[in-house]
Design a binder for this molecule. Structure first.
Ligand SMILES: Nc1nc2c(c(=O)[nH]1)N[C@H]1C(S)=C(S)[C@@H](COP(=O)(O)O)O[C@H]1N2
Ligand SMILES: [Mo]
Length: 393
């Protein structure tokens, strides 16, 4: 700590109001406030990230309901918005303490070494999480590792490091929050003179405005009326039939197989199986549902779907024995070629094998000849260009 500077001493001799005007911006008063809001954002981000991970890789004890249909849209929207909001907050918080990060001695005694190592893990893992998350939103992968597993594993490191940091700092955070922002006695985190000329209130307002702008600029990809301000939302734009496309039929190399007149959908229920031509699917009773596509990367859009209820399709083959249903696409490879639908969604009346979207035949890029659309589920599990549907139990 470097608070014993002549600057601070002179300031303490001044009347409080005057001292306030020249209070250094780099102080625990600022760090504690920005840090508290950052802590909330990171906690929301961590919790919603876990939910998304568990839906995609469900542990035995985890059950995700089929309703309300908008729930995943809210949790994943919150994940991306809280993550983006955390970026300016983290930058301001680092700005407010960074002279301390380089304070001498750099390492010192073992206790100081441990403290500094834990701060290094915290800062490093936070930057890593926010940076990889941002790149994923932009679908830009300038690295070799697989995004989801690494982002998931590092989330525990970042959140754990934050919890430890908060536990250690709690007494000084609470003390700082109890005093006014301008408190001239707030412990300085700068090098004494640095930060003069800018008030703590301006720093806090700037941090608040930056976080709000970042949040709003992202919300557009999931909150329809904010779409026009959504400069940070790369895929809020429209695609064919008024819905964005993540992977086109061309990218997935399925166009020929999808247009082939000999196309058949293979459906297996227990020991029985049956093949359906597109006309046969059209001849089955049709149902409709308004459901969103909610991409894990944060964009979401609602649409009107119609086609065959999954439970009706299964019933046309054999009696559903319970358990999960596997969906396989026409793709030869790729990570999203298959998905597994858990029982609550299998029996839901609004889980469809969609043939139509927003009043038209399904566009090739949206999964023609047919695709899965189920309520309250990540977009990545809404398999397009279906080749087979199998009850696995
Ligand atoms: N077979 C297959 N289905 C897929 C994908 C894919 O790559 N292959 N992408 C998924 C992803 S990541 C999303 S967000 C949704 C998007 O559906 P849309 O392109 O119709 O909007 O499709 C999903 N279905
Ligand atoms: Mo997606």
């Amino acid at each position: 700590m470097t608070q014993e500077t002549p600057f601070r001493e002179t300031r303490l001799l001044l009347p409080r109001r005057l001292a306030t005007r020249i209070s250094t911006a780099r102080s625990v008063a600022v760090t504690a406030r920005v840090g508290s809001v950052l802590g909330v954002a990171v906690t929301v981000c961590f919790a919603t990230g876990l939910i998304s991970h568990w839906i995609q890789h469900p542990p035995d004890w985890f059950v995700w309901p089929a309703h309300p249909v908008w729930l995943y849209r809210v949790t994943q929207g919150a994940h991306v918005i809280s993550g983006i909001t955390a970026v300016p907050l983290l930058l301001v918080k680092l700005w407010s303490v960074y002279p301390r990060l380089f304070a001498r001695p750099l390492f010192g005694n073992p206790l100081r070494l441990i403290e500094r190592a834990s701060v290094a893990v915290l800062v490093g893992s936070m930057i890593f999480q926010l940076a990889t998350g941002l790149c994923n939103i932009a679908q830009w992968y300038p690295w070799k590792f697989f995004f989801t597993t690494t982002h998931y594993a590092m989330a525990y490191v970042a959140f754990g490091a934050m919890a430890v940091h908060l536990a250690v700092k709690l007494p000084s955070v609470r003390a700082a929050l109890r005093r006014p922002v301008d408190d001239p006695e707030s412990v300085e985190t700068g090098d004494g003179a640095a930060g003069q000329g800018i008030s703590r209130r301006s720093v806090l307002s700037a941090a608040g405005v930056a976080a709000a702008v970042a949040g709003l600029a992202t919300s557009g990809q999931t909150v329809p009326f904010l779409r026009r301000v959504s400069v940070l939302a790369p895929r809020s734009g429209s695609g064919p039939q008024g819905l964005p496309v993540n992977r086109t039929a061309g990218d997935a190399a399925v166009a020929d197989a999808a247009r082939d007149p000999a196309y058949r959908l293979r459906v297996r229920v227990g020991g029985r199986s049956r093949e359906f031509a597109l006309d046969e699917l059209r001849a089955l009773p049709q149902s409709a549902a308004a459901l969103p596509i909610t991409c894990v990367e944060g964009w979401s859009a609602s649409a009107h779907w119609s086609g065959v209820r999954l439970r009706d399709l299964l019933a046309a083959v054999g009696e559903y024995p319970g358990g999960s249903v596997r969906f396989v696409s026409l793709e030869r490879g790729g990570l999203y070629r298959e998905s597994v639908l858990p029982p609550p969604h299998v029996i839901a009346a609004d889980t469809l094998i969609a043939l139509r979207l927003n009043g038209e035949q399904l566009d090739l890029d949206h999964g023609y000849p047919c695709r899965l659309i189920a309520p309250n589920r990540p977009g990545v599990l809404q398999t397009k260009w279906l080749a087979a549907v199998e009850v696995t139990a």
